[in-house]
Write a protein of this length. Structure first.
Length: 193
């Protein structure tokens, strides 16, 4: 059966989209390839026309999702002159906490990423470096090492705050965690800019 031009690329993009949402919502280990392919409207056998393994899918999902997150953050920083504060408020929002399937892959998957093979972790490391450099580029300290340390600390605070806010069962406590994280993040930002 012949498919129209671009069918393969569209199918691959659909698999990536489904897997990205499922992985971020449920975790990589909890999502099987059969579920991903069923949600994408394809057979299990079609998976191997696009990826060599589940690990290859994980790497591609992380790369694509992190690239998109960086793009969106850059738009927030540059939009309406709001700068880093807009990006921080967006990250530590109730919407981000409540919709992990459309949020930051670090907040959803970091504990799992640490248990993946070195190739996946190396790709993740490269993307995190780019993200931290984006944050650091908004800081005023003339010393690059200090700017990168400040940006890494801020990023760690953001990710950890969302992870903790998602983990607790008490909604009021979760809201308080987000609010405290936001206050602290904005304080760190004020010191760095």
């Amino acid at each position: 059966m012949r498919y129209e031009k671009g069918h393969r690329e569209l199918s691959r993009a659909r698999i990536l989209d489904v897997a990205s949402k499922r992985f971020r919502k449920e975790g990589v280990a909890a999502v099987g390839l059969a579920t991903v392919m069923s949600d994408a409207g394809m057979t299990n056998g079609a998976f191997y026309n696009h990826f060599d393994s589940k690990e290859a899918l994980v790497r591609d999902v992380l790369a694509a999702t992190m690239d998109k997150r960086r793009e969106n953050t850059l738009k927030l920083i540059q939009g309406d002159g709001a700068g880093m504060e807009a990006a921080i408020r967006n990250y530590l929002s109730f919407a981000h906490r409540d919709k992990p399937e459309s949020g930051c892959p670090s907040a959803s998957l970091m504990p799992e990423i640490g248990r993946h093979p070195i190739e996946t972790r190396a790709m993740y490391t490269a993307r995190i470096k780019e993200f931290v450099e984006l944050i650091a580029s908004n800081f005023k300290n003339p010393d690059e090492t200090t700017r990168l340390q400040q940006a890494t600390a801020l990023f760690g605070l953001l990710v950890g705050t969302v992870q903790l806010a998602r983990a607790v069962s008490d909604k009021a406590m979760s809201n308080s965690i987000l609010e405290g994280g936001l206050k602290t993040a904005l304080s760190l930002l004020a010191e760095a800019t």
